[in-house]
Design a protein around this ligand. Structure first.
Ligand SMILES: [Zn+2]
Length: 176
C-alpha cells in the first residue's frame, strides 16, 4: 500500500484505518458506492473531483480490498464495494448522523428506512417498525427534512440519488 504512514501511534487501529479511508474524498467515494455509483465517470460527475485524484483513490481502495474492480461490468469497468468495504457502512452512517446532529438544524439530510416496512432506522441501524437490525441492501435512503434541493438542475447522478433508493442498488444512467 502506497499511502505514507504519517500517524505516530502504531498501536492504534483508528490510525491504521485512517491510513485507508482518512484521505480527503475517500469516504465520499465510499458513500457514493453505497448509493449505487459504480462507474468512474459517475463518481467524477457526482463528486466534482479531479479525475487524477479519483483514479488514485480508486486504485488504492482496490489494492486494499475495499472495492473490487470488474472490467466486464454492465456499464464497462465497474467499482463495487467488497464485504470489507460494506463493513464501513456503520462508519458512514455514524458520521452522517453526527453531521446531522450538529450541522443540520432543520433535521436529517437523508433518512434511512427499512425498505420493506418503511420503518425509520435508529443510530444502530435498528428498524423502529420490526425491531430488526437491517442489512445494508435492505436499507432505503431518502431525502429528510434537512435536505436542501439544489436551485439549479442537478447532474443526472445527483438527481438519481436524491430520490428514494435502496443502498447498493446500481444506478442505471443512460449514457450520452
Ligand atoms: Zn422493519
Amino acid at each position: 500500500m502506497a499511502l505514507p504512514s504519517t500517524y505516530a501511534d502504531r498501536n492504534c487501529s483508528l490510525a491504521r484505518a485512517l491510513e485507508i479511508v482518512g484521505e480527503r474524498w475517500t469516504l465520499l467515494i465510499v458513500r457514493d458506492a453505497f448509493y449505487g455509483v459504480r462507474r468512474f465517470g459517475d463518481f467524477a460527475t457526482q463528486l466534482g473531483i479531479p479525475r487524477a485524484v479519483l483514479a488514485g483513490r480508486l486504485k488504492a481502495l482496490v489494492q486494499e480490498g475495499v472495492f473490487s474492480r470488474d472490467d466486464a461490468g454492465a456499464g464497462g469497468v465497474e467499482y463495487r464495494l467488497t464485504d470489507k468495504g460494506i463493513a464501513l457502512w456503520p462508519v458512514v452512517r455514524s458520521l452522517m448522523s453526527w453531521g446531522d446532529a450538529f450541522y443540520s438544524p432543520a433535521g436529517v439530510k437523508r433518512a434511512l428506512r427499512h425498505d420493506r416496512d418503511g420503518g425509520l432506522l435508529d443510530d444502530e441501524g435498528r428498524c423502529e417498525q420490526c425491531g430488526s437490525v437491517i442489512p445494508v441492501p435492505e436499507t432505503r435512503i431518502e431525502p429528510g427534512p434537512g435536505f436542501e434541493p439544489s436551485g439549479s438542475d442537478p447532474d443526472r447522478v445527483s438527481a438519481m440519488f436524491n430520490a428514494p433508493r435502496r443502498l447498493l442498488e446500481p444506478l442505471t444512467i443512460p449514457r450520452g
